[in-house]
Design a protein around this ligand. Sequence first.
Ligand SMILES: *[C@@H]1O[C@H](CO)[C@@H](O)[C@H](O)[C@H]1NC(C)=O
Ligand SMILES: *[C@@H]1O[C@H](CO)[C@@H](O)[C@H](O)[C@H]1NC(C)=O
Ligand SMILES: *[C@@H]1O[C@H](CO)[C@@H](O)[C@H](O)[C@H]1NC(C)=O
Ligand SMILES: *[C@@H]1O[C@H](CO)[C@@H](O)[C@H](O)[C@H]1NC(C)=O
Ligand SMILES: *[C@@H]1O[C@H](CO)[C@@H](O)[C@H](O)[C@H]1NC(C)=O
Ligand SMILES: *[C@@H]1O[C@H](CO)[C@@H](O)[C@H](O)[C@H]1NC(C)=O
Ligand SMILES: *[C@@H]1O[C@H](CO)[C@@H](O)[C@H](O)[C@H]1NC(C)=O
Ligand SMILES: *[C@@H]1O[C@H](CO)[C@@H](O)[C@H](O)[C@H]1NC(C)=O
Ligand SMILES: [Ca+2]
Length: 528
Amino acid sequence: MRRTQSTTAIMVYHLLATAILLPAFGRAADPSAKCLSLKSTLQLKNTTILDVAYLAAPATVSTAGACQSSAAVTAAPVCRVYFVTNTTSTSAVHGEAWLPDTWYGRFLGLGNGGLNGCIDYVGLDYGTSLHFATVGSDNGHDGSSGLPFLNHPEVINDYAFRATHIEAIIGKQIITAYYGTPAAKSYFLSCSGGGRQGMQAALRYPADFDGILTGAPATDFNHLAGWGGMLSHYIGATSPDSSATAETSPKFIPPELWSLVSAEILRQCDLLDGVRDGIITEPDECDFQAEVLRCTGNQTTGCLTQVQLEAIKNIYSPLFGLDGELLYPRYSPGAEADLFASSVFGGNFSSLMADWERYAVLNVTEHNFANFSVHDIALVDQVNPGGVATFDGDLSEFRTRGGKFVTYHGRRDPLISSTNSKRVYDLISHTLSAPPHEMDSFYRLFLIPGMGHCFGGLGPTLFGQGIIPGTNAVNDSDHNILLALVDWVEGGVSPATIVGSDGNGAERTHCRYPMRSVWNGTVFACEE
Ligand SMILES: *[C@@H]1O[C@H](CO)[C@@H](O)[C@H](O)[C@H]1NC(C)=O
Ligand SMILES: *[C@@H]1O[C@H](CO)[C@@H](O)[C@H](O)[C@H]1NC(C)=O
Ligand SMILES: *[C@@H]1O[C@H](CO)[C@@H](O)[C@H](O)[C@H]1NC(C)=O
Ligand SMILES: *[C@@H]1O[C@H](CO)[C@@H](O)[C@H](O)[C@H]1NC(C)=O
Ligand SMILES: *[C@@H]1O[C@H](CO)[C@@H](O)[C@H](O)[C@H]1NC(C)=O
Ligand SMILES: *[C@@H]1O[C@H](CO)[C@@H](O)[C@H](O)[C@H]1NC(C)=O
Ligand SMILES: *[C@@H]1O[C@H](CO)[C@@H](O)[C@H](O)[C@H]1NC(C)=O
Ligand SMILES: *[C@@H]1O[C@H](CO)[C@@H](O)[C@H](O)[C@H]1NC(C)=O
Ligand SMILES: [Ca+2]
């Protein structure tokens, strides 16, 4: 990664790039002085500039408030502008713009994760390392809890749709003020909850971004949260902050039995793709039969009781609503082995669902989740706070404007089913009457076998998604999905595949849906 290079090397690189490649943009004569002058010269509607600082690379950055654990080292020298924009009299969005000395004329907006409230420092660092003027926001509240939503509908609106829009508006204005020229192209990059924000932007503010890159998007948000609640319910969890109740429930499945379940899932399904490597390339084809793990005779350990078998059966079945309609796809077989799965099956009731239902739907601080059911989900659906659902296939305006949308999803994602991303693709395709060859002209979904939530997992899962440091930030569009999007938007070159690396030399070509990843005896190739 570039961050490991010396500052001198970075400076030389920048000077070369400026002189040879970038006559139109590039460095200010004295970036530090120019940066600091923004403190008094920036005048933006409804906005207060809280701080302006020039940061040479590397530097450590931290912020006050509930997210203060978020800190980062900058990969490139930047002008950092910290601002707050009032969105109404009872809500405001805090944000940071990181403006690299060497700028390639591009704006990159960032999202957030889960219910948070935390500026994405990894994304700011990543974006500026690739010379984007990068802007992140706090999504309208501070911290990871949903408590700020309680009796604050405008804070919910910021979370559901407005913070990203404000980030785009204010971000573009700051860029114009600093560089003296507007951004030529605008991009959005985020994962998980931020993936939902990206989709919401395309639906609601299709002019905000020319290119949108989302990972593991939390689309169909109310049903995703409700599904999380049902997964908790299946294993006997009743409270978001105590695992005691679930661990004593007969429905609870302790870690050693999950290991048994995972081993059995692999025994039944690993070879479906032709390679025994621990990766189930297409989990939707894994028809996992748990019966073989049933306790027999006087066996009491290393097996599942009838009640536990019921829980497993529920977990690996789709979730249907009161009228038999599909609410959310099933849990992906194999995903239970991912590190983050313990936050789903560890014994606490889903904090996403608990916070959302208490603070945004019921407007209470206390609620007993002992009898959680699809009735709760129906209520959440009915209120749909802030229009957060984000399950709408009408991307026609975004497409008509020439917007490009790239999305990816790990097939071993333990928090958000990758099958839901197929479902969203199919929804858009159906809504626009666009078969795959037409979808290809503006919307591409890459499914990543073995990958967990946004990153990590098994196999070659690094492709420049930027959600963690060291995500393979190479300047190579085949291996970097963000730069592949740039090529598509600016050069008309659409990404046919994306190549993942494992950091140790192994690679795998990841396919775009509905193509399939097929082993031909030597490599996995993409086939219709
Ligand atoms: C934003 O709102 C706060 C609180 O209502 C107020 O004190 C501040 O002056 C407002 N800022 C701007 C720029 O309007
Ligand atoms: C400023 O905030 C007010 C509400 O407080 C809003 O009506 C107005 O549209 C905002 N202006 C801009 C440019 O965002
Ligand atoms: C990638 O490298 C090419 C030259 O090979 C250069 O023109 C381009 O600006 C670089 N892009 C980024 C984002 O660094
Ligand atoms: C019960 O367990 C004992 C000791 O492990 C074993 O010898 C016996 O055969 C078991 N009985 C049945 C019915 O499986
Ligand atoms: C359950 O929640 C408590 C309180 O937030 C936390 O300390 C604990 O680690 C959680 N347990 C699991 C298994 O996630
Ligand atoms: C909670 O407040 C929201 C507005 O934020 C409202 O739409 C909803 O109906 C309220 N819920 C109840 C149960 O009153
Ligand atoms: C849950 O349902 C059971 C059985 O109907 C009932 O006895 C219990 O009081 C309910 N618990 C809560 C918290 O509503
Ligand atoms: C499998 O695909 C690779 C890459 O396209 C190719 O080089 C190789 O010859 C193929 N192997 C077989 C057995 O078709
Ligand atoms: Ca396999």
